[in-house]
Design a protein around this ligand. Structure first.
Ligand code: SF4
Length: 325
């Protein structure tokens, strides 16, 4: 496409005046950019911001992240979900410390735990201005519409993204493409009237913008009821830790459910709340209970120790307001 320099310039000019002020856009620190990219996988921007700021306040350097204990790390990550991301972050931080410096090339970044093609390209370009085109869901949608190709393959999009990349300013270009997909060329409601690419966009020219890549798979919501028991004796509370081999939330501490304490005397209902995980909506009832014996893996946990343990989000929510703990 002979007009590519003009298209790139239009995109860059739009980004300069339209970009959102996000905390990770105020730094070139590769460590901070890497943390933001990992947090932004599967989590919305608005939800990530407070976690990002708190995480960097707690662990401002790669050395600090490498040294933190796993329970503290999981505690800082609690609420973001997908805990393998936190564990991979720390494994990568340890590798970086062993390397002696933050990697400045795509191949080394790509070799770190938890870093795939997208994250390696994002960190290499945004932090070091290296010419690697990022391809995330937003970029796929923008380019598929730009070309009016209904079902392009990922490799086809990567080739187009590489060609479209502004090698003189890859950091700005990549962020502009992702921003355009997130704020203008959105899945259901593309705002072609506000789009810097509209003059060259094939989907817009053919009136196909809304049809292309409008793959809205209907999510089937499953509703599940659960109960959690708050058992307190002599100021200590009964909890159990998920073993390392569990697929989700391994290492986290939880309140017991009734089937774990079949001989418990279940008392009054304390409160209930809803908790959503992907397509499951849990309604969780919290009850007082008492037991004579606490079978393993249940353990009595003192209030002091409780404050140091990584608790699952449901257990945190269940214990909200229990100031005597
Ligand atoms: S013109 Fe419309 S369809 Fe084309 S890239 Fe812009 S917002 Fe998307």
């Amino acid at each position: 496409m002979t007009e590519l320099p003009v298209v790139r310039a239009a995109l860059a000019a739009w980004y300069e005046i339209s970009k959102r002020d996000l905390p990770w856009r105020r730094t070139r620190d590769p460590y901070a950019i890497w943390i933001s990219e990992i947090m932004l996988q599967q989590t919305r921007v608005a939800a990530v911001i407070p976690y990002y700021e708190r995480f960097l306040a707690l662990y401002p350097t790669v050395d600090a992240l490498a040294e933190v204990s796993e329970p503290q790390l999981l505690s800082a990550w609690a609420g973001l979900g997908y805990y393998s991301r936190a564990r991979n972050l720390q494994a990568a931080a340890k590798t970086i410390v062993a390397l002696g410096a933050f990697p400045r090339d795509h191949a080394t970044l790509r070799s770190l735990p938890g870093i795939g093609d997208y994250t390696a390209a994002a960190v290499a370009s945004i932090a070091f201005n290296l010419p690697h085109a990022v391809v995330d869901g937003n970029v796929v949608r923008v380019l598929a519409r730009f070309l009016a190709e209904p079902v392009p393959t990922r490799s086809r999009i990567q080739i187009v993204a590489d060609e479209f990349l502004d090698a003189a300013q890859p950091s700005q270009h990549n962020q502009a493409m992702m921003e355009l997909g997130a704020t203008v060329c959105t899945p259901k409601d593309p705002q072609c009237g506000k789009c810097p690419l509209a003059n060259w966009c094939q989907a817009h020219a053919k009136g196909l913008a809304r049809e292309l890549l409008l793959k809205v798979t209907k999510t089937v919501i499953r509703r599940v009821e659960r109960s959690l028991l708050v058992v307190i004796r002599n100021g200590n509370i009964l909890l159990w830790q998920r073993p390392p081999e569990t697929a989700i939330l391994s290492g986290f501490w939880e309140l017991p459910e009734p089937h774990q304490l079949p001989k418990a005397r279940i008392g009054r209902a304390l409160h209930h709340f809803k908790h959503r995980i992907t397509n499951h909506i849990y309604t969780i009832q919290v009850f007082e209970a008492s037991v004579r014996r606490a079978p393993p893996p249940l353990e009595w946990v003192s209030p002091h120790r409780l404050s140091t343990l990584p608790l699952s989000t449901t257990t945190r929510k269940a214990l909200v307001g229990m100031t005597h703990l």
